[in-house]
Write a protein that binds this ligand. Structure first.
Ligand code: AP5
Length: 216
């Protein structure tokens, strides 16, 4: 099974596709944003270190993130493949990942960037609702739940992420351009990079990713 990293700006659909790919390929979906939000809620050391950066729409320091991923990749369920969503996000994180994988005798098979234009991203994030219990994402207008603020999948309460406020979204997009976009070239040079159009219905984006990684 593949070891795949999903790249893309905030709101591109990494979480939506990561969840769908994990179900389809039966491998774990490792989303660093979700791990950090759980750590914040639990009041752990990682959570306390990450919280001010998340609230400001900035990146959490590389050493914190590398520690989080190093622990997660050593878990037994990560032996046979996984989907990384939100990591790596900087060139130093990508270099640290290469070193970690080498030590584990593994390698990354594919890096897929989901491309969506900026104004579409702002609209998607400012209307996003997320289930507190199962994490499924909805959109107030584009993909609303059947019942107001209730998850169709599990009946959990839907909430809006604090960092989805428009000004913070614009900071997150700027940070993506400066610090994460250089990874496209990093992985292009490694021969792993693919790009898919994320501005179409989720099922079509999923089909595009599966085709890009030779799993269609
Ligand atoms: P993280 O949680 O990773 O946020 P993000 O990358 O900003 O991405 P999002 O979760 O906002 O969007 P997404 O691409 O998953 O889109 P989604 O599928 O939800 O990170 C949060 C913070 O944690 C960061 O800002 C940073 O501080 C920190 N962090 C995390 N990892 C880090 C790292 N490695 N290093 C340093 N800091 C780190 O979709 C969005 C919306 O669009 C939803 O409403 C959805 O329903 C809708 N949608 C999805 N696909 C489609 C489609 N095809 N058509 C129409 N609507 C769609």
């Amino acid at each position: 099974m593949p070891r795949l990293a999903l790249l893309g700006p905030p709101g591109a659909g990494k979480g939506t596709q990561g969840r769908a790919l994990a179900e389809r390929l039966r491998i774990p979906w490792i989303a660093t944003g979700d791990i950090l939000r759980q750590s914040v809620a639990a009041g752990s050391e990682v959570g306390r270190a990450a919280q001010p950066y998340i609230e400001a729409g900035d990146l959490v320091p590389d050493d914190v993130m590398v520690g989080v991923i190093r622990t997660r990749l050593q878990a037994p369920d990560a032996r046979e493949g996984y989907i990384l969503d939100g990591f790596p996000r900087t060139v130093p994180q990508a270099e640290a990942l290469d070193e970690m994988l080498e030590a584990l005798g593994q390698n990354l098979d594919h890096v897929v960037q989901i491309h969506v234009d900026k104004e579409v991203l702002v609209e998607r994030l400012s209307g996003r609702l997320i289930c507190r219990d199962c994490g499924t994402a909805y959109h107030i207008r584009l993909s609303p739940p059947a019942k107001d603020r209730i998850c169709d999948q599990c009946g959990g309460e839907l909430y809006q992420r604090e960092d989805d406020e428009e000004e913070t979204v614009r900071s997150r997009l700027a940070v993506f351009g400066e610090r994460t976009q250089p990874l496209a070239e990093y992985y292009r040079q490694a021969g792993l990079y693919r790009e898919v159009d994320g501005d179409r219905p989720p099922a079509e984006v999923l089909a595009g990713i599966l085709e890009a990684i030779g799993q269609s």
